[in-house]
Write a protein that binds this ligand. Sequence first.
Ligand code: MTE
Length: 315
Amino acid sequence: MLIKQANDILSSEITDQSVYEERRRFMTSSIGLAVAASLLPIQSSVAGYGGKPLTFNKNSQFDTSEDLTSYDKITNYNNFYEFGTDKYTPAKNAQALTTDPWSVQIEGEVEKPGLLHMEDILKQHAIEERIYRLRCVERWSMVIPWLGFPLAKLIKQVKPTSKAKYVQFETLHRPSEMNGQKRAVLDWPYIEGLRIDEAMNPLTILAVGLYGEVMPKQNGAPLRLVVPWKYGYKSIKSIVKIRFTDKEPVSSWTKVAPNEYGFYSNVNPDVDHPRWSQSKERRIGDFLKRDTLPFNGYAEQVASLYHGMDLKKYY
Ligand code: MTE
């Protein structure tokens, strides 16, 4: 990644976040005990950050006692090279993107290829809130209340053939609205990929919002991937194409620097980036660094996917 110095934000928390967290704690403590199911119904937005509220269920399996990163920081400190290579311009430049209408092309090794319209995707999949840690390769991390649904649900719907070993994702290519695409910083469009079992893992979601509202444009509206045990760059934004294939996809970052960005990109404190150690990270908003956890703390759920693999070789 074209890294400057990790330039962490240390600005103060905003009130809206505490309102959201208070409501979240209340829901969990007062209702959580009484409800056997892991999904607690919450109606629409709880805090009001200015976006369109979404109706969602809270998936308490992915709740956390960790402090949430504030809405302000999540939406103003971004990596979205289509809108600039620094952390602060995507929040402004991404507002030029037209996200409605939006559709996603399904192609390759599937029985049901075709165009999925965003409004149908939203109708067909129950939206849940899942709080995940996001660990960027640049050594900063956040805790984000995503809204989304398991990618596995969409995959089952389009019925991959037995040849579908990998899933490739592609971001929109529209330089007229994505001003960063006028410069050849990356080989546009942004491409990412997963092995099919990684894509089907219950942790992997397609996200459509955060903090109770539709996805802010700078965070990858209207539809982005979130793979919490991998470095943040695998979580591709503003997806327009999903291709099922028998060949390992070559991601945009691997193309630029194959020795720095491998296909797997699992968060691994024991495998250094060629230019820096990955053993520590700074939670955005914190002063002190903390230890990075293998698979970003999700080892219990995903380590078995890599059983017998040399993770230094398959970085
Ligand atoms: N997706 C696209 N299309 N373009 C990008 O530049 N940046 C990636 C990932 N997805 C990126 C992208 C990187 S490097 C990170 S760390 C995360 O998005 C950041 O997500 P956030 O801005 O929502 O925190």
